[in-house]
Every structure is written in structure tokens, then in C-alpha cells.
Ligand binder design. Structure first.
Ligand SMILES: Cc1ncc(COP(=O)(O)O)c(C=O)c1O
Length: 417
């Protein structure tokens, strides 16, 4: 068996995986059309490209109302503000996510309360949500992480019982479907990111889906400098300029044309990946919840059994990256995350409520296990290389596994690199 690429052996994957975002003359023409029109910005909101995009996005996600904004962080802040969640309110978020899920509540003046995740989805655990509810709790932000969805039935039942607002962080979940409903339409709000790495992108961008028309008017006003967006023209808010530009919307309109074929291809390749991974000892393919009808597959997540496989996710991430496989071990626990250090900032919320931001005693067992040992994320471009792209992942995994079995001390050497 050959030596690991990390120690000078041949890489398993010799060709680069396809780059993202992909583009062709349609993108160039769409942007050129906007440039020539002279209507580049987002004002008056929404412009014609933006309106067309919103209509199509609503159709794709089976939603009702949508607001187009600059990114998928401000979406969540706007949703909270539109729902009247603000100063001193608690918002429950998973500890295993990108910092935006927790920083958005803080920008709205609210306190993020970090809770544990479910090991079968890497998404927020409904039992942990219920345990964290206090008199101050006003909202929950479940994240549909990687290729999974949070248990929206359980979360909406909890929200109904406690009269809480639910904002789905669907930054990874374009096109995902749960029990006949699109991701982002099950909660009161759905937040999408169109940032460069996302499976529908304009470089930057975001969409907020709203279940109620009034919430949508309020959100549109907040992102459009406070101007009214209700038919009577009376609903003013305290707003800012968070509008999407027409250039972004033009790119997204082309992205939407490509999306159905891409989603289908990703699903086929993910099914192939499920089968192939289940043959590798020491790996756990995450169970398919029948309610989760369509996966979005921004990243493909699975779990390692470190004892059986012979290594933890950190070791495997290093070994596989060297083999030419784009992958990562996912998120650090939010309370240890370099990007989330609110107590080191001059933000009002941590200063006013310091008791919430001392994480020295915080230990969420599943988050720590998935983050530090078991969780593994494969990048989406693997699927765009077809079956051969998936086969290379399996070959790299088995190569790493047999090297580790031959010489168990390798794991320590890799960890020390
Ligand atoms: C789970 C999650 N939520 C929110 C965001 C924020 O989106 P944006 O970068 O568009 O602000 C991201 C990633 O960028 C994300 O991965």
C-alpha cells in the first residue's frame, strides 16, 4: 500500500476538482444587460432583476414572501427585528454553526443562547432547545447544516407551545425539501446566503423568506432605509441600506436556471456516496430521515468512529487534504470559535449581559464529540467530478485507513504536524 501523500507519497486525486462558482456567457450577458440599463443598484427596491429573482426563488422554495438583501447574516438580524425580537431577549442557536447564526441576534440586541446538537444530523437538538427555554426566550434559529435539516416538526411544536419565533438558517439549504415544504418555509422566517461558496451564489447576497405578508413588509422596510413597503405606505421602521443590487440579482437569475440540473446531479452523487461510504469500516453514514425528501448538499456530512477507523476527524482532514480531497472537520464549538469572541468586543450585548458570555464552564458533549472527533464534511465540488470524484474520496479514505492500521503511531504524527 502506498505512502500517505502527507509524507511524500503520490496523491490519490491527481486532477483538481472543478472550481466554483461556474459561469458561462449567460452570466456575462446578464451582467452586461444590467450595466447597459444604468439601473445597477437596489434602489428603488426591488428593481426588475431583483423582483424576477425573488419570484423564482419563492417558487423554488415553495415559499410565500421574500426580501432580497446583501447577505445571509443580515437576513437573520432583519428577521428578528421584523418579529420584534431585540434588547435582552434570548435567542436559542446551535453551538455547532458559523458565527453568523449567533452574531445576528447580537446585532439585533438579543442574546444568543448556545445549545447542543443531534449526532445524527449535526443540527440543533430539539431536546436541548426545550431545556434552554427561559422567560426571556423569544426565538430559535435552527441551522440546516451541510446536507442535513434540523427536525422542523419537533422545533415548530416547541415554538408553538412556548410562543417562539423560528428563523431557519438555511444558508446551506437551497432546494432542500422537508415533508413537501421547502427549507426556509417551515419556520416564520427562512434565511438564505448567496455568498461565494454557497450552492446558489452571486458572490454575496441573501434572501429572507417570510411566512406573513406583514413580516415581509416590515423586513423590506428595515432593509430599505425604513421606507414603507406596505400597500398603504404607512409602515415606517428604523432601517438601513441592506438592499441586494441588480447586478447580484442578474447573476442569481442565471444561477437559478442552472440550479435544478445541479441539484439533481448532487442528489445522485450523494446517493452513490452514501452507498460507497457505508462499505468503509469505521465510518457512519448519517441516517436518512424520510421527512427530509430532498437534500441540498452544500457539503456532505458523515461521521467517523475514531476507535474503529484508527483516527479522529482532525487527523483525517489533514491526510485527505494532502491526498487532494477538499474536506474539513466542520465547525469548532461556537463557544471556542476564534470568529466568535463577543466578550472581546465593545458590542453592547456582551457588555450589558456578561453572565451569558463566560464560556469557561460550557461543555456541550455532542457538539464537542462531533467537532473534535467524529464530524466530517466533504466539499460540494467532489460531486461535480461525477462518480470518479466520489471514487477518489473512497480511495483516499481507505488508503488513510490502511496506513493508520499498519502504523497506529501515524495518527499522533499527523496530529502533531
Ligand atoms: C450556517 C451559516 N449561516 C449564515 C451564514 C452567513 O451567510 P453570509 O456569508 O451570506 O452572511 C453562513 C455562511 O456564510 C453559514 O454557513
Amino acid at each position: 500500500m502506498s505512502e500517505l501523500a502527507l509524507f511524500g507519497g503520490e496523491t490519490t486525486r491527481t486532477a483538481a476538482y472543478p472550481v466554483w462558482p461556474i459561469h458561462d456567457e449567460r452570466d456575462v450577458a446578464a451582467v452586461a444587460e444590467v450595466v447597459r440599463s444604468g439601473n445597477w443598484g437596489g434602489f428603488p427596491y426591488p428593481g426588475p432583476q431583483t423582483q424576477r429573482f425573488l419570484d423564482s426563488f419563492i417558487e423554488l422554495q415553495r415559499g410565500q414572501y421574500a426580501v432580497a438583501v446583501m447577505n445571509g447574516t443580515i437576513t437573520m438580524e432583519v428577521a428578528l427585528r421584523a418579529a420584534g425580537v431585540g434588547w435582552g431577549d434570548e435567542v436559542i442557536v446551535p453551538a455547532y454553526t458559523f458565527q453568523a447564526t449567533a452574531s445576528a441576534p447580537m446585532m439585533a440586541g438579543a442574546i444568543p443562547v448556545l445549545v447542543d446538537i443531534d449526532p445524527d444530523t449535526f443540527c440543533i437538538d430539539p431536546v436541548a432547545i426545550e431545556a434552554a427555554i427561559s422567560e426571556r426566550t423569544r426565538a430559535i434559529i435552527p441551522v440546516h447544516a451541510g446536507s442535513q435539516m434540523a427536525d422542523m416538526d419537533a422545533i415548530m411544536a416547541i415554538a408553538a407551545r412556548h410562543e417562539l419565533i423560528v428563523i431557519e438558517d438555511a444558508a446551506h439549504a437551497h432546494g432542500a425539501v422537508w415533508n413537501g415544504q421547502g427549507a426556509g418555509t417551515l419556520g416564520h422566517f427562512g434565511s438564505f446566503s448567496m455568498q461565494s461558496t454557497k450552492i446558489m451564489t452571486a458572490g454575496e447576497g441573501g434572501v429572507l423568506l417570510c411566512r406573513s405578508e406583514e413580516d415581509a413588509w416590515r423586513a423590506a422596510s428595515i432593509i430599505d432605509c425604513g421606507r414603507p413597503h406596505d400597500p398603504a405606505g404607512k409602515l415606517y421602521t428604523q432601517g438601513g441600506n441592506y438592499r441586494m443590487t441588480e447586478l447580484q440579482a442578474a447573476l442569481l437569475n442565471v444561477a437559478l436556471e442552472r440550479f435544478p440540473a445541479q441539484a439533481q446531479m448532487r442528489e445522485e452523487m450523494a446517493n452513490y456516496m452514501d452507498e460507497a461510504l457505508s462499505e468503509v469500516e469505521g465510518l457512519r453514514v448519517l441516517p436518512r430521515d424520510p421527512r427530509h425528501e430532498k437534500r441540498a448538499l452544500y457539503r456532505y456530512t458523515f461521521a467517523i468512529d475514531p476507535d474503529e477507523f484508527g483516527a479522529t476527524n482532525i487527523v483525517l482532514e489533514r491526510a485527505l487534504n494532502a491526498e487532494g480531497i477538499p474536506c474539513s472537520r466542520g465547525y469548532d464549538p461556537m463557544y471556542r470559535y476564534d470568529l466568535f469572541r463577543p466578550q472581546h468586543s465593545r458590542l453592547a450585548v456582551p457588555s450589558a449581559f456578561p453572565q451569558y458570555f463566560d464560556f469557561s464552564d460550557m461543555h456541550l458533549p455532542v457538539t464537542e464529540r462531533i467537532s473534535g472527533q467524529e464530524g466530517f464534511w466533504l466539499d460540494e465540488e467532489i460531486f461535480r467530478a461525477g462518480k470518479e470524484g466520489v471514487d477518489d474520496v473512497i480511495a483516499a479514505l481507505t488508503k488513510a485507513q490502511s496506513a493508520l492500521r499498519r502504523d497506529p503511531s501515524l495518527a499522533d504524527r499527523i496530529r502533531a504536524l
